[in-house]
Design a protein around this ligand. Structure first.
Ligand code: TRP
Length: 454
């Protein structure tokens, strides 16, 4: 029926150029500053080992089934003559899901761009060497002064939004796929090297114990469950239609469950390696693991200062952090641009800059939240932290719930299984039981325990 696909506002004929295109682009969306910066500080605040365990359980029981469901919908919507898909299009839930997705995308990108801006600032500091001239003990102060400055953080955040907008504006297919093909292997190599280096530091055993040995007492705390689930949603980038959009370019012969497994494995590996690099250093330098959002920015430069050839390594690492952030930001902007193009029939060359500027403006309070606007707090969280908390722990799970309701209860078992390439699989009953009952119940219980019991 449509010249452009309502799911993503793009030419339905477009496809990833290769079998690995979808996997690379979705790992590019998944692996970003969330794996390094967010994973480490949330794990640090929530007790390490128990958090890691609940995080991995959340990835398997919540993230994986939703990735499969989102991708299946995205790809199925391309073939709009199929009766099952027509039914899907008519469902009102579907539009509601898109709306929650767009709100979540705007909110997440607004603060994500600020963190990406910090990464860009550190990249430049690594290139000109200034970052390496700061004494190891002074990195906390350097970071604190930088993020509290009245103008600087806004400029860096604006630069990241500008770059993202320019890429999305041109259309991202070839760009994303090629960039990911080059950058992802190098990103993996850099994070692995950092983890190995971290482990060679004296006192690193305490960091490894913190990350891998659960302190079972914390299993009784509802916040830890919520934090683990929120991190799983955020790190994979699910609950927000990224997989719907990227899945719509997926060739029919590619198998969704295999791709989904590769994505969760890749994303989790990056997070674990970054966690090893950061926590070994945190404990080697006696930093408080619960220091909050600045954890990675204070600890990583300390490694680089001490490392032989550290400057090159710092350039590589922050360069890749910026690139990882960009591939994630592209996916976030794409969700709202695609929705806008579909709604307004504007060209993406018009929608992208307008949304880019809007998101930049929305992000300014987050950028100033550690300095000029530091007095604005809710429950001890600053502006950036609060938006992150609300978007990751509430909006994404909510988006995930809507998607699960749609696939588990409205789409029909058989069409959904066929679309997900699970109709002839022994895993079919397990996946469908997760989508229909287990995953939504888990998400609901975690949300209710936190917000109803207080
Ligand atoms: N997953 C990315 C990260 O870990 C961030 C991201 C990209 C994201 N797309 C998303 C988060 C969609 C939530 C939803 O850095």
């Amino acid at each position: 029926m449509h010249a452009s696909d309502p799911a993503n506002g793009q030419n339905p004929g477009e496809q990833w150029g290769s079998q690995t295109g979808f996997i690379l682009a979705t790992i590019g969306s998944a692996a970003g500053v969330g794996n390094v910066w967010r994973f480490s500080y949330v794990a640090g605040e929530n007790g390490g080992g128990v958090f890691l365990l609940l995080y991995i359980v959340s990835i398997a029981l919540i993230g994986l089934p939703i990735i499969i469901a989102e991708t299946a919908i995205g790809r199925a919507l391309r073939h709009d003559h199929a009766p099952a898909t027509q039914r899907l299009r008519q469902l009102r839930h579907w539009q509601a899901f898109r709306l929650v997705s767009v709100v979540a995308a705007l909110a997440i990108l607004s603060f994500y761009a600020v963190i990406a801006g910090w990464a860009l600032r550190y990249f430049v500091g690594a290139v000109d060497g200034s970052l390496l001239r700061i004494a190891a003990a002074g990195h906390g102060e350097f970071f604190g002064t930088f993020i509290a400055a009245p103008v600087e953080p806004v400029i860096w955040h604006g630069l990241m939004m500008l770059a993202t907008t320019l890429i999305v504006l041109r259309g991202v297919q070839k760009g994303i796929e090629t960039a990911n093909r080059i950058l992802m292997p190098v990103l993996f190599a850099a994070v692995a090297l950092l983890a190995i280096y971290g482990m060679t530091q004296t006192g690193s055993g305490d960091g490894l114990a913190f990350l891998f040995m659960p302190d079972w007492a914390r299993l009784g705390e509802p916040e830890v469950y919520l934090a683990a689930m929120g991190q799983a949603f955020f790190s994979l980038g699910v609950g927000m239609a990224v997989f719907v959009t990227y899945g719509s370019y997926m060739p029919t012969r590619q198998r969704i469950p295999t791709a989904a497994l590769a994505i969760i494995a890749g994303d989790t590996l990056v997070a674990m390696l970054a966690g090893i690099a950061i926590f070994t250093t945190v404990f080697a330098y006696g930093i408080n693991p619960a220091a909050g959002p600045e954890l990675a920015f204070i600890t990583l430069p300390k490694i680089f200062v001490a490392l032989p050839g550290g400057r090159l390594f710092a350039v590589l690492f922050f360069g890749l952090l910026v690139a990882g952030a960009l591939t994630s930001m592209i996916s976030l902007l794409e969700v709202s641009v695609a929705w806008f193009v579909q709604r307004t029939h504007w060209h993406r060359r018009r929608a992208a800059p307008i949304l880019g500027i809007l998101i930049f403006v929305l992000g300014v309070p987050s950028a100033l939240g550690y300095g000029t606007l530091a007095s604005i707090q809710w429950n001890g969280r600053g502006i950036l932290d609060s938006i992150d908390f609300a978007a990751s722990n509430v909006l994404l799970p909510f988006g995930g719930l809507m998607l699960l309701a749609l696939v588990g209860w409205r789409w029909g078992r058989q069409p959904a299984l066929i679309a997900a390439n699970l109709d002839r699989s022994a895993w079919a009953p397990a996946w469908f039981a997760l989508v229909r009952w287990i995953t939504p119940l888990l998400v609901l219980i975690i949300l209710l325990r936190e917000f109803v019991d207080g």
